[in-house]
Every structure is written in C-alpha cells, then in structure tokens.
Design a protein around this ligand. Structure first.
Ligand code: ARG
Length: 271
C-alpha cells in the first residue's frame, strides 16, 4: 500500500444555494413537506468552498437562478475532460432549465459546449477515473449518452447499472480516489456491473451501506485529501488507514435534496 498520497490542484465550479429548497421530489431523499433551513445550507456550502480554497484549489461559481432550487448541485451541469465539455440534459422537467445556465457559464469561460441528445446528468453519472469514464445508468443518464460522452471525450466509457433508488446517480455510490483507484458501495450496482468494477479496480476501497447512506461515496478527492461527509464514520477511518487525508465537511442540509459534497462540485478539467 502507498503511504504518501500526492494531491493535484483542481478547478471546481460551485453554485451558491441562494435559492435552495425542496419543492418537488425526484429522488427518495426529497420530502416536500420537510422544510429546509436555507441559512444553514448556505453556511455549510460556504465551508465547502472555503475548504477547497484552503486546500489550494481554484473555486469558480456560477450565478444561481431563482426558481431552480437544485442548481446548487453543480456536478449535474456538465462533465469536462481535457477541456472538452459535455453539457447536461436533465431527466426531471423541474431541472431542465439548469442546462442552459451551466452551458452559458462554460461558454463565457471559453469552452465549446456539446449538448447531449438524450438525458445526461453531467458528473452525477459520468465520472472520469484514470483511463476510463465510468458511466452510470438505470435512473437518469441513458446508455446513448454514455456513447455520446465517449465520442466527444475520446475516452472509453464503462457503463455501470445502478439498481437502488437511494443511489440514483453514480456519484452517490462511487468516487475516484485518484487516477488509479476508486471507492464504491457494491450494493448499489447490478451483479454484472459489480464484476466489472472488481475487474477494473481490484484494490478499490469498498464502503458499507451505512457509509453510502451517509453520503460517504459522494466525496471529492484531489489524490490526497478526501473531502468527505463526517457522518460516514467507517469510511473516514478506512481512508486514513489507506494513506488518504479525510477532510470532513458537513452538508446535512443539502442531504435533504439527495445531494452531498460531490453533487455540489463540478470539476473543470482543462486540456
Ligand atoms: N435533487 C437533486 C436531483 O435529484 C439532487 C442531485 C444530486 N446530484 C448528484 N450529483 N448526485 O437531481
């Protein structure tokens, strides 16, 4: 086992939860009658942005649009690799207008944006991991979108089937630790997809259902530091034992919409 992990500087795109709310239910976490504490959401999100800056990363923000309460989940707005951007096409009607807002940000930042033909929820389901883009399907992003991502990004996509509605996006069940390894919760995947993951990543860190339900797999790693939900206690310990540095950030208020750290974070990968 490697004991000294190396961080790489990253560029992250975030969206302030200024209009955050739970007003519709498009995943099993969302309760429309639950109510959210927006001030708390804002404070927790600010801590996340500050943490990234303290770790030496660049944080960009896209202006939140009134009436789009889920726009804080910036990971869904696109996926980028080598300076190429695949925009988003959202499954739920309520989120569809977000696509144009993210597209506009990328255009203004100097990127060409390719818009997908079918449902494709950005980094929520398309997770660059070393030589592959791991691509989730089953609830949101389509198999056709996996192919579109492969054509645009020029990197093989590996389709993975999600089977548990609580883990409706790939990034709720798996994250890339670095260019060589990943961490995931096997119970979120179909038997065949589990076998594929075992084959590609024989040394992967495997998380429990408990840690997955605590949004532990919705983490962001720079190769050394892993920004992780403190509620995922077992995973936090496991990361330390493998030479990573867990950096706990609590986004409990965002969990009410079914999102955590990674959902709030779009990595902008330039050429
Ligand atoms: N309420 C949002 C939805 O259901 C949460 C999105 C979480 N994002 C993510 N990358 N998993 O679409």
């Amino acid at each position: 086992m490697k004991t000294s992990r190396v961080a790489r500087r990253r560029r992250y795109l975030l969206c302030e939860p200024r209009h955050f709310d739970v007003r519709y239910a498009i995943n099993p976490w969302m309760r429309v009658d639950g109510g959210v504490d927006r001030a708390l959401a804002l404070a927790q999100w600010t801590r996340l942005a500050d943490t990234y800056r303290e770790l030496g990363h660049t944080v960009d923000t896209v202006e939140p649009v009134p009436g789009l309460p889920d726009m804080v989940f910036a990971a869904n707005g696109a996926v980028t690799l080598g300076g190429r951007v695949l925009g988003a096409r959202f499954h739920a009607e309520e989120r569809r207008p977000e696509a144009a807002a993210f597209q506009a940000w990328f255009k203004a930042a100097g990127f060409d944006v390719h818009m997908p033909e079918t449902v494709s929820e950005g980094e929520g389901d398309l997770v660059p991991a070393g030589r592959w883009v791991l691509a989730g399907t089953g609830f949101r992003t389509t198999l056709t979108a996996h192919h579109e991502a492969q054509e645009l990004l020029g990197v093989p996509t590996v389709g993975l089937r999600l089977t548990d509605p609580y883990f409706y996006h790939l990034d709720t069940a798996l994250f890339a630790l670095d260019d060589e390894n990943v961490c995931y919760y096997p119970g979120a995947f179909s038997p065949g997809s589990r076998e594929v993951l075992r084959g590609l990543f024989p040394d992967a860190l495997l998380a429990t259902r408990e840690d997955a339900l605590a949004f532990g797999l919705n983490s962001v790693s720079d190769g050394r530091h892993v920004v992780v939900a403190p509620q995922a206690e077992g995973l936090v310990e496991q990361l330390s034992a493998h030479g990573y540095v867990p950096v706990p950030v609590d986004l409990s208020e965002l969990h009410k919409a079914g999102g955590g750290i990674k959902c709030c974070t779009q990595e902008v990968r330039s050429a």
